[in-house]
Design a protein around this ligand. Sequence first.
Ligand code: FAD
Length: 586
Amino acid sequence: MAVLSSSLSAFFIKKLVHPSKPTSIFSHYSTHPHLSAMNFPPRSKPSSAASATTSEVPDLPSNEMGKIVEQTFERYSSSDEAKRNGSGVAIVWFRNDLRVLDNEALVKAWASSQAVLPVYCVDPRLFGTTHYFGFPKTGALRAQFLIECLADLKRNLMNRGLNLLVQHGKPEEILPSLAKTFEAHTVYAHKESCSEELNVERLVRNGLRQVVLPPSPGQSTSLSSSNHPKLQLIWGSTMYHIEDLPFSTSSLPDVYTQFRKSVESKCTIRICIRTPTLLGPPPNIEDWGSVPSIDQLGLHEEKVSRGMRFIGGEAAALSRVNEYFWKKDLLKVYKATRNGMLGPDYSTKFSPWLASGSLSPRFIYQEVKRYEKERQANDSTYWVLFELIWRDYFRFLSVKYGNSLFHLGGPRKVEARWSQDQTMFEAWRDGCTGYPLIDANMKELSTTGFMSNRGRQIVCSFLVRDMGIDWRMGAEWFETCLLDYDPCSNYGNWTYGAGVGNDPREDRYFSIPKQAKTYDPEGEYVAFWLPELQALPNDKRNFPGKSYIKQIVPLKFGNITSSGDKDSASARRTAFRGKQRKGHMR
Ligand code: FAD
């Protein structure tokens, strides 16, 4: 088949799918299919005043990032052109898999066609509101991260001789229209597991059924009436492949340790799919559309003025893996540092790229194994994989439990009384509860789009156990803000934190005084986010008494002063939380 080159196609694509207007920002990058470090765009550094309190993740100069990307792409690419024996056009529908490396949908589309059309749909539903409480579904910081991911994906595809068609609208309208225009035989995409995404998959499949393709050479016309483009969905978001599990998802163990031990002993992790060095040619399209600006998404730019600023895209993801594992050599101490809260180095910070799919968990696995071979293997190198198995587990649980993950009673349909008190919720959301550890974490979340795992567990416990607030309000606020928002990990962790998850034993109460003393003994973390506490002696920063705003609720199990004494008055007050269970004290 000749490459689609007619101006008719270009006309149709303009007419049918409304390419976005702004001029491309990529025209100054080479479209030659070589992987040159020179193609990596220079990054603007934050102003010196801001840089004293902000750090970029990864924190590497652009030429170094370019080199890392070049080397990594080389290591995980193949030049095996022989595997391409397909015909016609195949579409790749990019979703939460915004990467070139280890992208099975992309490689399958390439192998089954003569021309690949990569498409991203800017779905207006992603910029609507959350399900129950009407918060913005995607906050400005995650939207900015997504924009950077798309720009980087477009660049990486162009470096391999392709491009990314960015379209504004619903996938179920855009993809059938494109399939018709380009007579694409298949739309390849990664499979999702939660209801909103599954619904879009269903609508896309229905839309494709309405498209009738002309008979291919040699095919009889009677057959052609059933000749529709297919939707081929591929599993690719987890470290362990769903098809390799030693049980069906309906009989997934309800205890994490059982799941982990079983997969560790009975399954192997598939190696990364090698991406061909050259993926072109693309169909001939006049206007590929450009990556949207934040205004086009109906949001206003928010600059990170304090804390970590994550750079979106696969190049940044691969660079962060390199920085954390190889350059800073932090993998060997991960287990000891992972409960920290301040700065980029206490944990990997891979989650925003994993959630957008700019980073493959199988790639991380292979890099851990390489590190273990070339440097050392210890508890810490294993523990990153242990945590990634949690991520897998929550994804598989979403398949087992479906929508109950989002319901008040959770997978176990637990009945409990919850409050939806707006004033209390807003105090939590805005970091004005009177508890420095809670307030600092909530301010970090809204300023950067990130919060440590320790912080997330503490603020979740405070909202649901101490305030008695409907856990879904917290989960939806996280959905708005988190750069790494992922429905499975977010709602999975929230149901556990609220004691309504699938495993009744995962029912924990986090004592703020105890957590503060253990994880922020010098008050460094709270003083960073609440500068008004900086003047206090270190041991008072988490226990400022009258020097800080009034506590909005007493703690369910009492306050402990900086000397460790229990505040018995507050211990007696239990508000409306009588019906809620205590949970295991942490
Ligand atoms: P590291 O400690 O370096 O861990 C490495 C990777 O393991 C992480 O990137 C992540 O992919 C995975 N991981 C670690 N802990 C968990 C966990 N408890 N559950 C699932 N995966 C884990 N994580 C998300 O990716 N998206 C979310 O929307 C999300 N919401 C959360 C909500 C609550 C209430 C809680 C308690 C946790 C949530 N987590 C979520 C899990 C965890 O907090 C983050 O994955 C982690 O803090 C990210 O930082 P990191 O990449 O430095 O993690």
